[in-house]
Design a binder for this molecule. Structure first.
Ligand SMILES: Cc1ncc(C[n+]2csc(CCOP(=O)(O)OP(=O)(O)O)c2C)c(N)n1
Length: 322
């Protein structure tokens, strides 16, 4: 991977701010999980921020994003307010779903964020349904489904890819290839590690993208979104990235070779974009301001979130349909 391409420093600074917002939100989530304010399993995407930043700027308000349990950043990039998200994660009444969804299942449809999902591969067929609806209701809405490299081996994902291609549905399939499926290296699971090549078999374009560069992600997303809106069908984007943290908070990461994370830190999106912007003449003061604005926003959001009452367990059965 080369240096992040920065043609436009205004856009680059906006991207840097977007990356910082997600990074700092997730660092806050880790802190709150370790202090016990957040309970249950939490999956961070530290290092993978360029995907949501690059893709979401190409989407309209009505477009539908379907994420996985590693979806905090996608929600934030979609415009979900940080305070309502943190309140949700901390089980507060003011959370997006009244504290019921938590880290792995919250949803915020009013922001075009149609949920996280802990069932690996499950988001893809749901996104196909949303795109099918968008085709017939005249809204022109397209759907984006984000999943990991492991999810690409799930039957449901194959069916979704095939169905979307056969019916030329407006779906952008975004595979965040962080080289691990939970604790298993992708190389141990597939004979062909270039996952984007599978797209040809379904009859759709597939592209491997530098997933640590928001500008490269945006360019690829734009092509895919234009194609989807024009009724030309789906695209598979394979974003090459690495998570700088464990699969979940508490993962001892014994399966990672020594030095891997340290090496990945040299190529992570914030380090690269900051260096590219500095080389393009952006001052340290402007670069630092991008980070401190994000830090201020997230600190305030966390304060607001934690000041709200914890959801009453006695109401757990409300909103359940059976
Ligand atoms: C249907 C299903 N099978 C197995 C699991 C257990 N599981 C949770 S995460 C995970 C790995 C998913 O890897 P990948 O799709 O590459 O996403 P990543 O976690 O790397 O972002 C597995 C197997 C699950 N949640 N759902």
């Amino acid at each position: 991977m080369g240096d992040a391409q920065v043609l436009d420093t205004t856009r680059g600074l906006a991207d840097l701010h977007g990356l910082w917002r997600i990074r700092i939100l997730e660092e806050k989530v880790r802190e709150l999980r370790l202090s016990g304010e957040i309970v249950g399993s939490v999956h961070l995407a530290i290092g993978q921020e360029a995907g949501p930043v690059g893709v979401c700027t190409e989407l309209g308000a009505d477009d539908a994003v379907f994420a996985t349990y590693r979806g905090h950043g996608w929600a934030l990039a979609r415009g979900v307010p940080a305070d309502a998200m943190l309140a949700e994660l901390a089980g507060r009444t003011t959370g997006l779903n009244g504290g019921r969804g938590g880290s792995a299942y919250f949803t915020a449809p009013r922001y075009g964020f149609h949920g996280e999902n802990s069932i690996v591969g499950a988001g893809a067929p749901i996104a196909v349904g949303a795109a099918l609806a968008g085709k017939y209701d005249g809204s022109g809405r397209i759907a984006v489904t984000v999943f990991g490299d492991g999810a690409l081996n799930q039957g449901a994902t194959h069916e979704a890819l095939n169905f979307a291609a056969a019916f030329k549905l407006g779906v952008v399939f975004v595979c965040e290839n962080n080289l691990y499926s939970e604790l298993t290296p992708i190389a141990d699971m597939v004979a062909e590690p270039e996952l984007h090549k599978r797209a040809a078999a379904y009859g759709m374009p597939g592209e491997r993208v530098d997933g640590n560069d928001p500008a490269a992600v945006r360019d690829a997303a734009r092509r895919a979104v234009e194609r989807a809106r024009a009724g030309e069908g789906p695209t598979l984007l394979e974003l090459m990235t690495e998570r700088l943290v464990g699969h979940y908070i508490g993962d001892a990461e014994q399966y990672r070779p020594p030095g891997e994370v340290e090496r990945a830190k040299q190529a992570e999106p914030i380090v690269r974009l900051r260096a590219a912007l500095a080389a393009a003449g952006v001052t340290d003061a402007d670069l630092d301001a991008s980070e401190s604005r994000a830090r201020e926003e997230i600190e305030q959001a966390a304060g607001t979130a934690l000041a709200a009452p914890i959801a009453d367990g006695a109401t757990a059965k409300e909103h359940i349909y059976a």
